[in-house]
Design a protein around this ligand. Sequence first.
Ligand code: OGA
Ligand code: MN
Length: 249
Amino acid sequence: MTSRQTADRRPEAGCWQLGSGWALGSGQIDRASYQHTSVDENTEFFHFYPTCLAETIASVSSSFTVVPDMVTEAEEAMLMKEVEPHLKRLKYEFDHWDDAIHGFREVERSRWSQQISCILDRICKTAFPDTCQQLPQTHVLDLAKSGVIKPHVDSVRFCGNTISGLCLLSDAVMRLRHVKLEDQVVDVLVKRRSLYIMRDESRYNFTHEILGEEESFFRGEAVERGRRVSVISRNQPTEESPVDSATQS
Ligand code: OGA
Ligand code: MN
């Protein structure tokens, strides 16, 4: 899966070509279903650039959610204990600057201890409250302190309308940029132990990236970046999912 995922992140396999001719998926999020946060609380994690249109502010704030403190410190330690032995077997990859990601190692897991399954269930209920099918594999991405994830849109062939990421070990800044309107930029503070949920418009119409340690600022304040591990869940594409015409066979 590793190579597939890396390739999928590339713009040409993603949705650079999307945006014309397809309607957005299921529409608005039912914010009442998020137990941990309200819309107002959520805005503290967004920095909308002054060039942002009202439409961008509305679409990102309704399709991207940050749930702070999704797990406790003890749960974070438990998660790390379970994934660390698998990650440690791999070397960080720094070689290919062309790829969408630099300074990382990753694994996919579908079998977890009972304790971890409970945590993942909680995430599933928060991020995928409707009938959308979550992919069986959970993706664990370990970004070195000096690692970066460059702007990309996850492949529409392998991933549905929702992506959630549990952020462990380090705060970071995720930048969203509209795929067509380059000045529509939103920085999101994704704090250690928070969960972000990206769906519909922010998932399809914006690239996402994780800024490198030198670039990690949020509202002008430096955000210290260390090694960062994210536990990413995605759902399966459905028949209504947009199709990337450039990669369709
Ligand atoms: C990815 C990705 C973001 C993260 O793996 O496609 O965008 O939070 N990861 O690690
Ligand atoms: Mn991605």
